[in-house]
Ligand binder design. Sequence first.
Ligand SMILES: [Fe+2]
Length: 363
Amino acid sequence: MKTRLSVLRDGGWERIGWGLLAVGVASASALAACGGLGDPESAEPVQAPPSEDALQADVPVAAATIPTDANLKVAFIGDTASGEDFRAVLQLVKREAADLVMVQGDLTYDGETPPEWFTAIDAEINTSSSKIPYFASKGNHDSGWSQIGSGLKTRMSSWNIPPENNDPTKKNYSVVYKGLKVVMVSDEETSSPSRADYINQRLSGDEHIWKICSWHKNQRATNVGPKSDEMGWTVYENCRKQGAIVAQGHSHTYSRSKTIVADSAQTVDSTCSGPFDLCVAPGKHFFFDSSLGGHDIRSKNSTVASKSYWGTTYTGSFGALFIEFHVDGDPRKARGYFKTVNDVIVDPPTSSGRTSFTITRAP
Ligand SMILES: [Fe+2]
């Protein structure tokens, strides 16, 4: 099955033919690692996209040419609360020298107030000696989001980080930080635009090499904790079409998929199927749920956790997923690992003989 693609040229969208996008500056290693996308000049597709709607013609896919800063390291955490366990995760974030923290929702539980959460996080990573910016997506426990949103907005201003679109008080907002494009959408479905449409609006034609979609809730198949279908598949598919990685929270467990070419079917990319070497491109990405951020630890659902589309699943200790973009001098290469507060790397697991998984962005 083939899909028609467009690229932005001379101020307008131009059809470039059928198949996966084959323009832009791709390193040889990126092409090799992603299953050999072939000669960029070739019009012949080397891999059939997963479904007819996988890359819709009306959602332009741009050549990804804008890099992040070199060695940009991002910590992903969700479901934090404001207590000592959250503080321990933030101390891990400092030890790992992260440049940014992205929080996938549920900051305030059981009567906690937004000021309590800000006091906890600011004491650890927003001091004169340690200043690590942070963004957050709204979770279902964040009933005081207007206060959280305005607190985030104020801090982003103090860090000289203007939102790219909207601002945190709007729940759906986007930011470009040091070349990393991030789109945060609410756990609640909203209208005008819906979260799925908002994602398309913010990612359509976007030229950043690395893009993150961030939200709180899940689908049953995208978490190994207890959570059911709550987000709908469209948001996952929309992010995949644009080559954006999906960050989730909510389940109080950790899981990371292999490279996925159809989210609703959890289809693993046959050309890039390794558990610790992932590929990202228009039409392919991975999703993870890093929600051992400081509040509650849930057990794994053995049925879901046994599925073959997972790279790694874990529960047991609080911790964070770290992804470092633009490594080894290659703007299209990234490395990731999940480390617990006890400084144990659990993704990749010890049995793999690896200390990180790789991600390659192509084309
Ligand atoms: Fe939640």
